[in-house]
Design a protein around this ligand. Structure first.
Ligand SMILES: [Zn+2]
Length: 297
């Protein structure tokens, strides 16, 4: 295939100095979508906005990018995926260069099921001089600029290796109306951790654990610590101890209320425990049971 670079990308190339090796790509999203991903066990593909060349095809896509940022424009919740396995046997197509309020980016479509979009030109990562290149088995993307990788269809949660929590102060999707604004990343993560444990979302366990599954990864551990710090001053006043038959169910109810930010319900439920010491025993018991952890986490 002859090398091809569309005019809208050619004038943005900066040569080999702008290449960065990568192995992981990211899907970054907001709280509601993150909960839905854990519940559905799937990153569900979405229709592309009408201003895109892809919108007429009605194809649903998952948005990924190889870039990491100190401050995410897309949400607090970052899923990591192994690019080599995701891109195995995939076909690529040029889509367009997007222009958005918080920065423009080239867009490439990745297709794995043999479907061929009629109005898009194929892109070869080995031959073409674009934002994504492949040399041997090593993938490169631009070090300077975001690149949007749109994967046709859904992505199963089992293909995601990690979910962590990143700073998010400016929002590309919702602007000033971002539903997750004014939260630290660890605080945002604490609500998702509470939802996962309280609702026993077992299929999502692996994304909160270190490789090998022996303990929570650092970001998840910090978020769980935040949950406990938030609940600690509210616990006590009642008679429920860690030995009570309903103690675990009560902690689940507390975590679900906390995840949904129902402050009054959290206070009412926490007040049923005899005190923090007993409540903490149950919280740790629930955490270890949910993540199948040994005594140290
Ligand atoms: Zn946002």
């Amino acid at each position: 295939m002859p090398s091809h670079t569309p005019p809208w990308y050619a004038d943005r190339l900066k040569g080999s100095a702008d290449k960065r090796e990568f192995k992981i790509v990211y899907h970054v999203t907001h709280f509601r979508e993150a909960v839905r991903i854990l519940e559905d066990k799937t990153i569900t593909g979405q229709l592309v906005p009408s201003r895109s060349r892809l919108s007429r095809s009605r194809v649903r896509v998952c948005w990924l990018m190889p870039n990491q940022y100190l401050d995410s424009h897309f949400g607090h919740f970052r899923l990591s995926l192994d690019w080599e396995s995701l891109s195995d046997n995939a076909s690529f197509y040029w889509i367009e260069h997007s222009s958005l309020p918080l920065g423009s980016a080239p867009r490439l479509l990745l297709v794995k099921d043999g479907w061929e979009p009629r109005n898009l030109r194929p892109y070869s990562p080995r031959e073409d001089n674009g934002p994504l290149t492949l040399n041997g088995r090593t993938w490169y993307s631009s070090a300077q600029r975001r690149c949007d990788l749109l994967v046709a269809g859904d992505i199963h949660l089992s293909d995601c290796c990690k979910l962590d929590f990143v700073p998010h102060s400016k929002c590309q999707k919702f602007g000033a109306n971002c539903p997750d604004k004014d939260q630290e990343n660890t605080e945002a993560g604490s609500h998702l951790m509470a939802s996962a444990v309280g609702n026993s979302m077992r299929s999502s366990r692996h994304v909160f654990l270190e490789v090998g599954g022996a303990k929570l990864h650092r970001s998840a551990g910090g978020a769980w610590g935040w949950v406990k710090e938030e609940l600690k001053p509210k616990m006590g006043g009642g008679s429920i101890t860690s030995k009570h038959v309903a103690a675990d169910a009560l902690v689940n109810a507390v975590l679900i209320a906390y995840a949904k930010r129902r402050e009054n319900a959290v206070r009412s439920l926490c007040a049923l425990f005899s005190g923090w010491d007993e409540a903490e025993i149950v919280l740790e018991r629930r955490l270890k049971a949910h993540f199948r952890l040994a005594n140290s986490r």
